[in-house]
Design a protein around this ligand. Structure first.
Ligand code: ATP
Ligand code: MG
Length: 778
């Protein structure tokens, strides 16, 4: 065994080493709490596999997030060298399955170019499946994919579909996660479910699409029904290791079992960190493993190397409140006790952000004793949207940060919308026009390419711009080789461009322009843009090209932009606003281009010195010295409705939410801050997360202006504007953060019983007076 490998194994403790070095032909199960070195042991296991002669290209390592996959590659690369690490297949379940399905697409009655239907597309397919049932009470054989574009888009579907589709989408997801087929429902005597599922499957087939669950079940089908695929996989993957096993769904487990028919499998997990049940994760996988691999060896690790004693004990106290735990683990640590966990109430999200920024500046300042680097700091939140205010603040203060998650402005759909807007700006070059034609021409890929190539050829010959060549061709000023349908569609694109141009001249609000333009993107183009397959807390939803969520995000950026752009401009702002929105649009595009460049820079410097902003789901397996868990409120953690807005408060889901906070807390090595917000942007009172009470007093320090005890017992109030108050804040002004106003006559703005309070807007020093009353809601 190479010396570096030996050295690494030496650095492990006895139990970890025993696990890593145990016989590679015997299935191995490592169960342990957070920070106990599971992933470190798994890295050791891979080194042992390599030293036993298994080629790196024959090792398959599965993780649950892309961040965890790259972390593992780095760790292995650090010991075995980058070249070896590069040869390993380290992948998420979904990207592994996607690869397998694409290689054998014809066996699945698809072409290798098949689309992946995310949440939004799935919803539309479900609506159609239900509609067909209601109309004809029978299945469909050949569904025309173009029909999807006739379905409501941009606006909400009619109530009728909306109500039904939520229920049926849930059914379809569950049926897929558990691997049920229409025949299963037929056998149960449930014709309706059987037909809807059958319709749905047919629609996907006609669209040459698979959904996320299909990727896994189709991989299983390939391995079960096609001996040649099974053989190929056995030869390709001679050893398999799986981190975060607790998040494996029943179907993913079946896939693993088939892949590991040679028994060279290592699983590593912690049932207390299972946080993907919305995606079908099922901790009974541990039991199935015991049954299916009866000669397995089980090793438990119990020493936490990551966190201080306060953090380890606080997390343990929290998770003890879960009743459904299958593997009780005792955790100990030799680490120092560190400092207590800080729990702090912040009046608003702005105040919360201000606190975090100040704290970061304080602890990273030169005068600070143990000055951490930015890369040792993370901000964790439940939902992507909570990260935005931090991005803005960090950008303003020039604090470097990186965002794990979606590269929004790199989505083709978003690029198409921006290109459509760019064409209205003076001096627009060929690029945006080309992009617009790509997005709007309703042809198949090849035909589209031929049309665009031809325009480019003409523009080169005539030395004219792309757009003037297009005008000449489609308005038949020059003879070309185009078919009639191509000419018609080309003319349609030109008239859409004209429409957008008029809209920009006429409209004063860029939000209105963007909304109209977004709704001009054809459904067909949305469907064409494949989602990046990577299932984690954010991406599953966000990578979906649902125009509504894209628009929501864009309009959010518009309001960020407006508040920066008009800040402190007073009258000037009104004059500028009246000019129409050409100039404003140009500034907005510059603004997002600059931001995108910045994000790109920070992404490239991912491992360099920058603060991490990420969802809790994405933070799994990772660690930082200092962690801020923000917006630890009721309705965030626990978030007790699903993505369709259906309430899901029950024992099981509350326990999963508790596990989520447990995962978040156990990411911290030295210092943990948990912050919650007292009211939202509409001045509605918010509650702190119920889980905060479960952290014992002696382990936490409550830093709150209004103490938490009070918040939980006093009647809740709602702030209401009184009639004499100005109706609107001036553009670009945020509601005041009373916490930061020492001279506020009524800083205790949320005390119940106060019938009139005043808040100030302190943004840019322009104080703005608002009056509120507190209405008792209890
Ligand atoms: P999680 O459940 O969060 O994924 P884990 O069990 O996978 O955690 P690791 O990430 O492997 O834990 O390890 C946590 C930290 O402890 C890492 O910084 C790692 O370097 C350190 N560590 C692990 N084992 C040892 C050891 N034997 N000696 C010293 N440090 C160790
Ligand atoms: Mg780990």
């Amino acid at each position: 065994m190479p010396e570096e490998y030996m050295k690494y194994l030496q650095s492990l403790n006895e139990r970890q080493r025993e696990a890593a070095r145990s016989d590679i032909s015997i299935p191995l199960m490592i169960i342990a709490g957070p920070g106990s070195g599971k992933t470190s042991t798994m890295v050791g296991r891979v080194l042992v596999l390599l030293s036993e002669g298994i080629s790196p290209s024959n090792i398959l390592a599965m993780t649950f997030t892309t961040a965890a996959a790259s972390e593992m590659r780095d760790r292995i690369g650090g010991v075995a060298g980058k070249a070896t690490a590069k040869e390993l297949t380290i992948s998420t379940f979904h990207s592994f399955s996607l690869q397998l399905c694409r290689s054998h697409a014809e066996k699945l009655e698809r072409t290798s170019e098949f689309l992946i239907f995310g949440h939004g597309h799935q919803r539309r397919a479900v609506i159609e499946a239900v509609r067909l049932l209601d109309k004809e009470k029978c299945g469909v054989q050949n569904f025309d994919a173009s029909k999807l574009s006739e379905l409501p888009n941009g606006s909400m579907p009619p109530e009728y579909f909306k109500d039904k589709s939520k229920k049926w989408q849930k059914f379809v997801t569950q049926a897929k996660a558990s691997g049920r087929t229409p025949t299963d429902y037929q056998k149960m005597g449930d014709e309706i479910k059987a037909t809807i599922l059958g319709n749905y499957n047919n629609i996907l087939q006609s669209c040459n699409a698979l959904d996320y669950h299909d990727l896994i079940s189709c991989s299983v089908r390939l391995l079960k029904d096609f001996p040649e695929v099974f053989k190929e996989c056995q030869e390709s993957w001679k050893a398999i290791v799986i981190d975060e096993f607790q998040d494996t769904s029943a179907m993913q487990y079946t896939l693993l079992r088939l892949l590991a028919s040679h028994y060279r499998i290592t699983i590593v997990g912690d049932d207390d960190q299972s946080i993907f049940s919305f995606n079908g994760a099922d901790i009974s996988g541990f039991d199935s493993f015991r049954q299916d691999f009866p000669n397995y060896k089980e090793i438990r690790l119990n020493k936490n190397y990551r966190s201080t004693r306060y953090i380890v004990e606080a997390a343990a106290s929290l998770i003890r409140n879960n009743l459904r735990r299958c593997q009780l683990k005792d955790v100990c640590t030799d680490n120092s006790s560190g400092s207590k966990i800080i729990i702090r109430e912040c009046q608003t999200e702005q105040a919360q952000c201000a606190f975090v920024v100040d704290k970061i500046l304080e602890i990273t300042s030169d005068g600070s004793i143990s000055k951490p680097s930015y890369s040792e700091i993370a901000i964790l939140y439940r939902r992507q949207v909570s990260g935005k205010v931090f991005q803005l603040a960090f950008r303003g203060r020039k604090i470097p940060f990186n965002i794990h998650g979606v590269a929004f402005y790199r989505k083709k759909v978003v690029k198409a919308i921006i290109a459509m807007l760019r064409t209205t700006l003076p001096g627009c070059d060929d690029g945006p026009y080309r992009q617009v034609f790509k997005a709007l021409l309703p042809f198949e890929k090849d035909e589209k390419r031929r049309v665009i190539d031809h325009i480019e050829k003409i523009s080169a010959i005539r030395r004219s711009s792309f757009i003037s060549a297009s005008c000449d061709i489609f308005n038949a000023k020059i003879s070309g080789t185009f078919r009639r349908s191509q000419l018609t569609q080309g003319r349609k694109v030109l008239s859409t461009l004209e429409m957008i141009s008029k809209l920009v001249q006429r409209e004063h609000s860029i939000s209105a322009v963007i909304t109209s333009v977004a709704n001009m993107v054809p459904q067909k183009y949305l469907l064409e843009q494949r989602a990046v397959v990577d299932v984690d807390g954010g991406k599953l939803l966000n990578e979906d090209n649902d125009i509504r969520s894209v628009l929501h995000y864009l309009l959010d950026d518009v309001s960020d932009f407006l508040s920066t752009h008009f800040a402190g401009k007073g009258e000037e702002a009104e004059i500028e606003e009246k000019k129409g929105c050409v100039d404003l649009l140009k500034s907005f595009i510059d603004y997002i281009t600059e931001r995108e460049k910045e994000n790109f820079r920070s992404r490239r410097h991912d491992n360099k010195d920058s603060i991490t902003l990420t969802t809790i789901h994405q933070s799994k397996g990772l660690e930082w010295d200092i962690v801020f868990i923000v917006k630890a409120n009721e309705s965030e953690i626990p978030l007790l409705h699903d993505f369709n807005g259906i309430a899901k408060e029950n024992g099981t889901s509350v326990e999963e939410e508790r596990r989520l906070l447990y995962v978040a807390m156990t990411r911290a090595r030295k210092k943990l801050f948990i912050l919650y917000v007292a009211m939202d942007s509409n001045w509605q009172m918010l509650q702190p997360s119920r889980f905060l009470k479960e952290i014992p007093d002696h382990l936490r320090e409550i830093q709150a202006k209004v103490c938490m005890q009070d918040l939980q017992t006093k009647p809740r109030g709602i702030l209401k504007e009184t009639e004499d108050s100005p109706t609107d804040l001036p553009r670009g002004k945020q509601p005041a953060d009373p916490e930061n106003l020492n001279d506020s006559p009524n800083g205790d703005i949320i005390e119940p019983g106060t019938d009139s309070t005043e808040a100030f807007n302190a943004l840019n020093g322009n104080y703005f007076l608002k009056r509120f009353t507190v209405e008792d809601r209890s």
